[in-house]
Ligand binder design. Structure first.
Ligand SMILES: Nc1ncnc2c1ncn2[C@@H]1O[C@H](COP(=O)(O)OP(=O)(O)OP(=O)(O)O)[C@@H](O)[C@H]1O
Ligand SMILES: [Mg+2]
Length: 270
């Protein structure tokens, strides 16, 4: 069933990783929307410069969990967070955390490509300009590098000042990833980044994601288990707000420890 991933790769034991290999340390995180408990006591250490996928049935809390890593849920009235999330040895839920600075270190990309209605170039430099960077050469270089990182440079170098909305869906999604990368984040959060794309664009983005881990810690939510198996080093399975199983991707898909995981990955989940 999962014939894409590399079973010759040695499995990694998450418990064996040193603290300096960890990008995000989630400690007993719970989250409520009003009276609804959407995340329950999540404990999870997410490795640096690796790809971690989050899978699970609709409504299990995948997007909510991802949103905790750049404090997106804070915007929701009635949202209450307990526990701690450490990024770079700081609890991002500390009351003194600078949320704007956090969001430039932890970039997020959503299901539907959402370029701003402005030129390709302006999309890329938007965040840098907000940070006060005005030097034209710095902005140009950042835009070019970000486009090269997402393999879009050759396709758009001659039309940088066209509207971003003239790009195809797959190009728009790569542009949005480039826009996040231009801020040189440590972490990229991708919430179902290919579910609105055709199969060819999906493969392009998957290839891109596997290359991004050279520079970034990547978290990806996906409904597509083949995709999780293809691209990720580690996989977390969530069910009704609880982290049921979290391990090396090969292990989770070939030798799950929990019955619920096995039922879900074999499609017997009811
Ligand atoms: N703003 C909100 N207010 C109230 N409840 C919410 C809010 N956002 C999410 N929820 C609830 O929290 C739970 C988790 O939602 P979440 O969006 O994280 O699920 P998901 O796993 O991403 O689902 P899907 O696969 O459908 O995207 C769901 O029961 C959802 O209804
Ligand atoms: Mg979701």
């Amino acid at each position: 069933m999962f014939d894409y991933f590399d079973l010759s790769r040695p499995e990694v034991d998450l418990d064996g990783l040193a603290d300096e290999d960890i990008a995000i340390d989630v400690r007993d995180l719970s989250l409520k929307f009003g009276s609804k408990l959407a995340l329950k006591d999540i404990r999870m250490r997410i490795p640096k410069r690796q790809i971690t996928s989050v899978i699970g049935p609709s409504g299990c809390g995948k997007s909510t969990l991802l949103g905790c890593f750049n404090r997106l849920n804070d915007l929701t009235p009635g949202c209450e967070v307990q526990g701690e999330v450490y990024i770079n040895e700081r609890n991002i839920y500390h009351r003194k955390e600078d949320v704007a600075a956090l969001r430039s270190r932890v970039g997020m990309v959503f299901q539907r490509p959402n370029p701003f209605p402005m030129s390709i170039y302006e999309n890329l430099v938007y965040g840098l300009k907000i940070q006060g960077i005005r030097d034209r050469r710095t902005l140009d270089n950042a835009a070019e590098q970000a486009l090269r990182d997402v393999a879009l440079w050759k396709e758009v170098r001659d039309r940088l000042f066209d509207s971003a909305l003239t790009l195809s869906g797959g190009q728009q999604q790569r542009l949005v990833i480039a826009r996040a990368i231009a801020l040189q984040p440590d972490i990229l959060l991708l919430d179902e980044p290919t579910s609105a794309l055709d199969p060819i664009s999906t493969l392009t983005i998957e290839e891109l994601i596997t290359q991004l881990k050279e520079k970034y810690t990547v978290l990806i939510v996906t409904h597509n288990m083949q995709q999780a198996a293809r691209v990720s080093d580690f996989t977390a399975f969530l069910h009704q707000g609880s982290l049921i199983e979290y391990s090396d991707t090969n292990r989770l898909f070939t030798r799950p420890k929990q019955q619920q995981t096995e039922e879900y990955i074999t499609g017997r989940y009811g």
